[in-house]
Design a protein around this ligand. Structure first.
Ligand code: GLY
Length: 362
């Protein structure tokens, strides 16, 4: 890590974060705790992808290849327990962090390193489909209740003095001589010393930046009341084309489709059918569980599916977007690295692979 003394960012410096999802909120809190005056401009809090996620903390179950992304994800997973405790102690709201482990059952034999054979996978989880022939177990992976987390972050941000403005749409970023001069918004012009773009799937509305929405449909069921005392699932199941995330309160989150349909809203019968079929195939007891909710959200997908983090073309605009499938997982490390970068001008080596410069269109 290199450190350069920053003379421009001092206590009371003003920072505007565009985007009020988990990344914007967490980064705002870090910067506020360092002494910045932070405003979040949020087009629509309820649309943020953080509400729609399942909350898996799954760098290993996602089977990310060895390299920078896996390093970033593992570093963030390591930060989670302490970070979430900090947020909860500020907000007073439990975010449902649970290092429950993830089981990844398979229908075909793989015999890889750490492969669990048929008998052991069924020992690790009762009720799995008889078609499951083996799989993997990742005890260090886990989950957070993403809806509780985003509420916890919102309350914590307000507690520490972040100005959170919901329903404010930034329409244009004005710039001159390599710097952002001001923002045009639905509430008039606004300016600050530094700006952070954390607008997820909506980033392309403000910058020519290669991020598109990738829709995910989700649903939840609830464990029938007679099974609540001894929940049938106490770990995440990360199957083929399906994941099943049990919450401690008896909800079970099931996801997700992955669709290139722009910002097309709504659940579709096809999407819900796909989730139900794959979930019941993997864990047949679900067929008798009451359906609770259906919803959808938009992942911010870059062409290489890696986030865009760090400096932009403008000296006072930093990017923290494009987290695709791993926004909840990457929240603590993103907040820490971006706050360090903006406040102390410290560029961690972990950031180097995620520069926007890898895409020509920006
Ligand atoms: N993180 C899982 C998903 O995006 O579906």
């Amino acid at each position: 890590m290199s450190a350069v003394k920053n003379r421009s960012m001092q206590s009371g410096s003003e920072i505007i974060i565009i985007g009020g999802g988990v990344i914007g909120l967490a980064t705002a809190i870090e910067l506020r705790l360092l002494g910045a005056k932070v405003t979040i401009l949020c087009q629509s809090f309820k649309a943020a992808a953080g509400h729609a996620a399942a909350g898996m903390l799954a760098p290993q179950a996602e089977q990310l290849p060895i390299g920078s992304m896996l390093d970033l994800c593992l570093a963030s997973r390591d930060l989670y327990p302490e970070w979430v405790q900090k947020i909860e102690s500020i907000s007073g709201v439990d975010a449902g962090y649970w290092q429950c482990g993830i089981l990844a059952p398979r229908y075909t034999d793989e015999q890889g390193i750490d492969w669990l054979d048929t008998q052991s996978i069924h020992q690790h989880q009762a009720g799995l489909s008889q078609s499951v022939v083996g799989g993997y177990r990742y005890p260090a992976d886990g989950q957070v209740d993403n809806r509780a987390l985003i509420q916890s972050l919102l309350i914590a941000s307000r507690s520490v003095g972040v100005q959170f403005q919901d329903g404010v749409k930034v329409t244009t970023i004005h710039r001159s001589q390599g710097r952002v001069t001001h923002l045009e918004t639905s509430q008039g012009e606004m300016s600050a010393q530094h700006y952070i773009l954390a607008t997820g799937a909506w980033s392309q509305q403000l910058l020519p930046i290669a991020i598109v929405p990738r829709k995910g449909q989700m649903l939840s069921v609830v464990v029938p009341i007679e099974h609540r005392a001894n929940l049938p699932l106490q770990q995440v199941l990360f199957g083929e084309e399906i994941y099943i995330v049990p919450r401690r309160d008896g909800r079970i989150i099931i996801g997700a489709t992955s669709e290139d349909v722009g910002f097309a809203p709504h659940n579709t019968l096809q999407g819900v059918k796909q989730l139900m079929t794959n979930a019941m195939r993997l864990f047949p007891p679900l067929q008798d569980f009451p359906l609770h909710e259906t919803w959808w959200g938009f992942r911010p997908a870059t062409p290489d599916e890696l986030p865009m983090l760090g400096a932009s073309n403008d000296a006072n605009l930093t990017l923290a977007t494009g987290h695709y499938r791993n926004g909840i997982l990457l929240t603590p490390i993103t907040a820490k690295l971006i706050a360090d970068l903006v406040w102390h001008q410290r560029t961690d080596n972990l950031l180097s692979a995620f520069s926007w410069q890898r895409f020509e269109s920006v």
